[in-house]
Design a protein around this ligand. Sequence first.
Ligand code: PCA
Length: 223
Amino acid sequence: MPQKASPAALNVLLAGFEPFDQDAMNPSWEVARALDGWQHAGATVRAVQLPCVFGDAIASLDQALQQWRPTLVVCLGLAGGRAELTPERVAINVDDARIPDNAGRQPVDTAVEQGGPVAYFSTLPIKAMVRAMRAADVPAAVSNTAGTFVCNHIFYALMHRLAQAGGGVRGGFIHVPALPALAASRPGMPSMALETQVKGIQLAIQTALEVREDVRETGGQLH
Ligand code: PCA
């Protein structure tokens, strides 16, 4: 029997991806897994691993949303090449894959959701999250693009579902850097230790649970 959400429980769904592009590990799943069961402000984190496959990732997310009925949803993914934890501002209705996904699918210039709006903004307090992470010495920045691969795909699908459900559930996406082990074999690639990533995502979730209205300040974004 799968574990089920009890009616009174507050759950935070934290999704990470399986490895892709021939990598042995995906830090996004390692972080999610490390925080599974962590509790804050009466809410419990529930980690789920998503396949790095267009379409199938959405089916797994739907299943997890059904199972846990979360009040907050944070999806994580790897952005190799970035040095900071980057809460994403916007999901766009575009699939445009540079490489094939784990099932060999490579959509080019198609919609995530036929007839859906062009884009959705994250409903997480992205700048307050960046501020909290930086205050704890965790490199972080707002990103204005989640790309057009499976991460943007799941981010868009998530926001579309939350908007359609209309229940006030908030959600968004955070890209994480490579782990040092991966960067060691790719000279020049920035990385961040797993424990720093975990600490940052913990602070991001904490902030999202506590802050409803985002702060308005500059300086928190990638350029
Ligand atoms: N990163 C990819 C997909 C899965 C992941 O972890 C992306 O940024 O689209």
